[in-house]
Design a protein around this ligand. Structure first.
Ligand code: AMP
Length: 315
């Protein structure tokens, strides 16, 4: 099955303790598409300016990503993001965000996108995420990501809440879910988000993996143990690409299927962070993915925490 994604398509300028690079292909939509397309066909919705090098779009196309939903604005500038990571690479410091052509983007989905069953609303203005969701007929599974940039402003936070009420899975990292809910404890925060309607909350914890909370239980997945981490940009989008790609490929949206897809997400994210920009995603092979999946699968406790065991009180 195909996955449809709306999200930023960017030119990124990055700095980590291991290097610097300017105007790389980036954006949540691009990372997600490259990550998911190794597992399942991807339809991308977004917009670029006339300054987006054709070779970047060709990279996406050569990975089988359908770009019919990507508009090119002739007199516009592409979305730009620049960020810096210090030695604690779990925390991204945004230096600059320029929405540019995303500022007045009006998505109009091609007919062939409107029946797609798996939809991912990658990081972009919540109003645009909602607009895309309205144009898809009856999707089976909708994932949603966001970030502090949108959670921190009252009007975009309000739109984000409207989107959360309509999706199946919410992806946030620990600081984002704390900021959104105002609750420090992650399980309490996750339960609050579940009370708005989603079936599962996926909390990304960088090098410590991910925690999923649903009405059926709690699941803790470890990150793949890497010896080299060069650039964490796009880790969350790649995790989501692996997750959604596996879900769409298997068609299994049960709790067991979700748990397996989370492990796929951890594997795909490991390729993304090993090298700068999108290089790791471009180089990964199906065989290497299977090998890392098998290693993580063997050390994962798939049945560990049910709602009753996860909520035992000490006194
Ligand atoms: P991640 O590291 O998974 O959070 O994703 C990083 C990617 O998100 C970068 O390639 C950026 O271009 C993109 N990005 C950063 N800030 C925003 C934003 N406010 N809206 C949409 N995309 C963003």
């Amino acid at each position: 099955m195909t996955v449809l994604v709306i999200g930023s398509i960017a030119l990124d300028t990055l700095e980590t303790p291991f290097g610097k690079a300017e105007e790389l292909l980036g954006g949540a939509g691009s990372y997600f598409s490259l990550a998911a397309s190794v597992l399942t066909p991807v339809q991308l919705v977004g917009v670029v300016g006339n300054d987006m090098p054709e070779r970047h779009l060709e990279t996406l196309r050569s990975h089988g990503v359908d770009l019919q939903g990507v508009q090119r604005v002739q007199n516009g500038k592409t979305f730009r993001w620049s960020g810096r990571y210090e030695y604690d690479m779990n925390v991204a410091h945004t230096l600059d965000t320029q929405l540019n052509v995303f500022g007045d983007f009006k998505p109009n989905l091609p007919e062939s996108y409107r029946q797609t069953e798996y939809v991912y609303l990658a990081n972009i203005t919540p109003g645009l995420q909602l607009e895309v969701l309205k144009q898809v007929n009856n999707p089976k599974f909708v994932g949603l990501d966001s970030m502090n940039f949108w959670i921190g402003k009252p009007d975009t936070k309000k739109d984000l809440t409207e989107v959360i009420k309509r999706v199946t899975a919410v992806f946030m990292n620990d600081s984002e879910i704390r900021q959104y809910t105002g609750k420090y404890n992650l399980f309490e925060a996750a339960r609050y988000v579940l009370s708005l309607g989603p079936q599962v909350v996926l909390m990304k914890k960088g090098e410590h993996g991910a925690i999923a909370v649903s009405r059926e239980g709690t699941f803790v997945a470890a990150a793949y143990p890497l010896e080299t981490v060069k650039d964490p940009t796009g880790a969350g989008d790649s995790f989501a690409g692996g997750f959604m790609g596996q879900l769409a490929h298997s068609g299994d949206t049960s709790w067991a299927g979700i748990k397996r897809a989370i492990v796929f997400g951890c594997v795909i994210a490991s390729f993304a962070v090993e090298t700068f920009g999108t290089d790791g995603l471009m180089q990964m092979t199906r065989d290497a993915i299977e090998q890392r999946y098998e290693i993580l699968r063997q050390s994962t406790m798939f049945e560990a925490l049910t709602p009753s065991t996860a909520t035992v009180q000490i006194a």
